[in-house]
Design a protein around this ligand. Structure first.
Ligand code: NAD
Length: 429
């Protein structure tokens, strides 16, 4: 099938590459000319395991190309995915100007039937606006359908998530749209949930909010563990083995970050409010998440007494492992707060340092965890990259100024570290 994906970011590029991999002819479009120029040369705009190889192979075999021109791409494709950013406005609502802008350009470029598919995460009822916008701007007699096909991939395992999803959600209002999407997804084995567009839009916001709620729930329980001397790891294990609850998203830590949960939760609260429902439950999920970072910063202060002039080593800057994405990463809040208190920061991340340097240029970036630890008063684990799990603590003990580990992701064994002479601070245990 001939497909266009507008927006070549984490979602758009993976979508384009995977549909190419499944044998379709794909054009990935973006209005960032530099990004498109780089992609044409096979240079990835971000790190995602396996993506570079997949993009290059599909380009070579003629199934994937890049363009900065929406009209050109729309003329060549029957199915148009919109995967542009939907960033938060200051009041928490989703900023949908890019969606509108793209819808207008698609409408003006269509010369025959097109299926326009929302891939971006959008508030419920966005489909109505997209349809309305296209109707106003399209040529007379040009037929089209709008569909919602929300994406559930996780950065760091995006390709495998895209090709082996738990489910595919298709929100449609016509048989023609349904048949096209079913044909497109035929090679992927997963249950398909067919519904109306509004329900599909709601499924995405509801899913992300539920997962965020699970994280805030376990973080709240971790606070009670700290107050009572219980162990959150064991509590989570005991909870998670209940099939009705499930093990995933029950790791206590510094809270969630990234481009999805914080903004989608805010957008869901905002749209619910506009529809007349005060989503108090989600407001509390957000509060608990924010408290968790504040509480963690206090933990660092309590471990070191005064922060001023202390050297603090930070391991991990991305919002989670296996990605260089630093959008809404807790590392930023933590580092900014420590800098305000007069700390000297040394940091290392396997993939995210180049992006982080643009936000915070004035800290010391190191080549590896040992360099971070050298002369540091404490090591703070912010992201649970696999390589941080097997550090040489005997060596670290010798090169650190103070033997203090503050483990925001509970990746170490307290007893093992204490037996080596470290002071260890985890979350909820
Ligand atoms: P991103 O910022 O990585 O990519 C968005 C791309 O859209 C950028 O390259 C940007 O230049 C481009 N763009 C913006 N306006 C444009 C326009 N008018 N015309 C053409 N291109 C334009 O964002 P992302 O992480 O890929 O997220 C995209 C959408 O998918 C968001 O709604 C997000 O919530 C949703 N989503 C993201 C993830 C994730 O893990 N990142 C997962 C599921 C859903």
């Amino acid at each position: 099938m001939k497909i266009t994906v507008i927006g070549s970011g984490y979602v758009g590029l993976v979508t384009g590459a995977c549909f190419g991999h499944l044998g379709n002819q794909v054009i990935c479009v973006d209005n960032d000319l530099k990004k498109i120029a780089k992609l044409k040369k096979g240079t990835m705009p971000f790190y995602e395991p396996g993506l570079e190889e997949m993009v290059k192979l599909n380009m070579k075999e003629g199934r994937l190309k890049f363009s900065a021109s929406i009209p050109e791409a729309v003329r060549e494709s029957e199915c148009i995915f919109i995967a542009v950013s939907t960033p938060p406005k200051e009041n928490g609502e989703a900023d949908l100007t890019a969606i509108e802008n793209v819808a207008i350009q698609i409408a003006k470029s269509m010369n025959s039937y097109r299926l326009i598919i929302e891939k971006s995460t959008v508030p419920v009822k966005t489909g109505i606006w997209v349809e309305h916008t296209i109707k106003i701007h399209k040529r007379k007699n040009c037929l089209f359908d709008v569909a919602s096909n929300p994406e559930f991939l996780r950065e760091g395992q995006a390709i495998s998530d895209f090709l082996n999803p738990d489910r595919i959600v298709i929100g449609v209002e016509s048989k023609r749209a349904l048949n096209l999407l079913k044909r497109l997804y035929a090679p992927i084995r997963a249950p398909i949930v067919v519904t109306d567009i509004k329900s599909a839009e709601l499924i995405k916001h509801a899913s992300n909010s539920y997962l965020a709620m699970k994280i805030s729930f376990i973080n709240a329980i971790s606070r009670i563990c700290e107050l009572t001397g219980a162990d959150i790891s064991k509590v989570a294990e005991g909870l998670g083995l209940d099939k009705r609850i499930g093990k995933q998203f029950l790791q206590a830590g510094i809270g969630y970050g990234g481009f999805c949960f914080p903004k989608d939760l805010d957008a869901f609260i905002a749209i619910a409010n506009q529809c007349g429902y005060d989503f108090r439950l989600l407001k509390e999920v957000r509060n608990i998440n924010q408290d968790q970072v504040t509480f963690f910063i206090k933990k660092i202060e309590q471990a070191l007494w005064n922060i001023k002039d202390k050297t603090i080593g930070i391991l991990g800057l991305s919002f989670k492992p296996e990605t260089d994405d630093i959008r809404f990463t807790p590392a930023l809040t933590i580092i900014k707060s420590l800098l305000e208190e007069g700390a000297k920061i040394k940091a290392f991340d396997p993939k995210a340092m180049d992006k982080f340097k643009l936000l915070v240029p004035d800290i010391t970036y190191c080549r590896n965890p040992n360099e971070v630890a050298k002369g540091a008063d404490c090591l703070v684990i912010v992201t649970d990259w696999l390589e941080f799990k097997s550090l040489d603590f005997v060596k670290l003990k010798h090169i650190m100024k103070q033997s203090v580990i503050i483990d925001g992701r509970n990746i170490y064994d307290r007893q093992a570290l204490e037996s080596l002479g470290f002071r260890y601070f985890g979350v909820g245990r």
